[in-house]
Design a protein around this ligand. Sequence first.
Ligand code: BGP
Length: 487
Amino acid sequence: MQLSNNFLWGGATADFQFDGAYQEDGRGLSTHDFETDGSVQHPRCNTFKTADGQFGELPSSFFAPDSLPDGAEPCLYEDRYYPSHKAVDHYHRYKEDIALLAGMGMNVYRFSICWSRIFPTGDELEPNEAGFRFYDGIFAELEKHGMQPLVTIHHDELPVALALKYDGWSSRHTIDCYVRYCKALFERYGKRCKYWLTFNEINAVRGFAACGTHKCDNQTHYNAVHNMFLASARAVKLGHEMMPGSMFGAMYAMSELYPATCKPEDVFTRLQKRRESYYFIDTMARGYYPSYAADLLARRGVTLHTEPGDDAILAAGALDYVSFSYYRSNVCSTETRMNVIGGDPNPYLELTPWGWPIDPLGLRFLMNELWDRYQKPLFIVENGLGAVDKVEEDGSIQDDYRIAFLKDHLRAMMEAIATDGVQCLGYTMWAPIDLVSLSTGEMKKRYGFIYVDMDDKGNGTLERKPKKSYYWMKDVIASNGEKLWAE
Ligand code: BGP
């Protein structure tokens, strides 16, 4: 079994987890800059000062965020470590990093542009020229190596000034700022970039760091989401006008979801839980809210703030492809309390060291579901295994567990494409070079084909070193997947 020659094989990263240089070249502060390091036992926090100037911290579990207290403002403290400030310093090492990815034969690289590098407060009318230079360099390196860029315009962060001044995505003003930011990107990079993602994991993000909203209640959240839908649709329309042939997606956190039993109530619960995510893809891929939206919002006590003309904006900006991250599956029943991820245990599946169920068949299932539902090409833009890697005495890293995980998932993907007939543009593995974990803020939760010498507190040489999986994946790509079946 083999994929076609134009299949896109690559890796994916995000600014605040990878790039660092948080104050260079005029970059403004971004909402993720206030997140500390953490671990499963001690979740990372957003630090802030209270209305009367006291230190405050808010556990920033990505998937269960909380509201900031009234009058609180995000604040940086010297005795805290904020991983995004340095990340793994891709900013100063991008040439070496991209050469390493190209060395594996990758033909696409997904990265996020940091909004506050281009518009430091989000409110400026003209972009920050110095902020473009880093990305100019990335585009040039990708061209040198014959790789396609896949750009995430908004990867869970925005200029903190927009959060403070307008409450982030609560405000329609943020839509205008976002469209201005998009226009600047399309003007600068329109000739060099075909594939764009308007938002990352838009169905999973909530709260201050990801949406810039001080509150997390459903009313605030779903209104903010409506504004993000409008922003995405306006960006898609503008992008199509400015860059004929460009293709737009948005990215969804898509765990496959199973009912705990065949009890009809559990199966129906599965449908309703599924719709919590489909709400996002249905609206953005089709260009209108699904029929169940009214019920979903009513059950959450939400009255959506819409304006005349919104429907036309959504309709004019439907997505070209459906992209998603896939790490795991979940189980639900009428008793389950869960967010986008999490749920009941699945006795049939093994877990990663971070407790995520490993389910390659779930990926094939999901790809079929999405293709059947939308009939738009898919793009798997995140999939991978977070694990602890050990550097052996001879300096090698024998990550056979990662190879096993990827082999099973890539086989499932190939079966969805070759056997089931699903259309899929490509696969970008998260994350080809070790970087800071989003949910825990750790460095030791490693995903890469390439090891980075750095610990949870930012100590280390930052030296890059290919792991065993690097050479394995290089062969997989060179054979367009055929090697996966030869072993
Ligand atoms: C997704 C994000 C990524 C990434 C990944 C892995 O939610 O889009 O930014 O980090 O998950 O998650 P984690 O880093 O928490 O293991």
